[in-house]
Design a protein around this ligand. Structure first.
Ligand code: FES
Length: 150
């Protein structure tokens, strides 16, 4: 089945089963590798993207659900040469240790700041409740999101 997805402002036609996880299509078909496969069960947040401006776990989002909606990945927040404000804040605060969770953290942060540009610490904690970091850099991640909200 051919399904059209709109990722980072570009339309792509993908030949895949409608229940294929969006994460697989992003990584394997579109070669957008920022979103990570962690658990594949909707429990770790490594695969977080934005769909229509809201954080979504792409490992448990069937491709058909994503059809026709606006999908944003970290690649859509900025580039290596021209990072966006959230990416700059994560770099400035050295938020990554191993880095595996960071793309998901950034996308949850992006969705939060879109809806709430001046979040409290509780708002940030709540927005990140589905994102796990095994290295324990949560304080630096929170600092980055505070910086990005300034
Ligand atoms: Fe999607 Fe863990 S890989 S929540």
């Amino acid at each position: 089945m051919t399904i059209t997805v709109n990722v980072n402002g570009q339309k792509h036609q993908v030949d895949a089963e409608p229940d294929t996880p969006l994460l697989y299509v992003l990584r394997n078909d579109l070669e957008l590798n920022a979103a990570k496969y962690g658990c594949g069960l909707g429990q770790c947040g490594a695969c977080t993207v934005m769909i229509d401006g809201k954080a979504a776990l792409s490992c448990v989002t069937p491709l058909l659900v994503a059809e026709g909606r606006e999908i944003t990945t970290v690649e859509g927040l900025g580039t290596i040469d021209n990072p966006g404000p959230i990416q700059r804040a994560f770099i400035e605060k050295q938020s990554a240790q191993c880095g595996y969770c960071i793309a998901g953290m950034m996308m949850s942060a992006a969705a939060l700041l879109k809806q709430n540009p001046k979040p409290s610490d509780d708002d940030i904690r709540s927005a990140l409740r589905t994102n796990l970091c095994r290295c324990g850099t949560h304080m630096r991640i929170m600092a980055a999101i505070r910086r990005a909200s300034e």
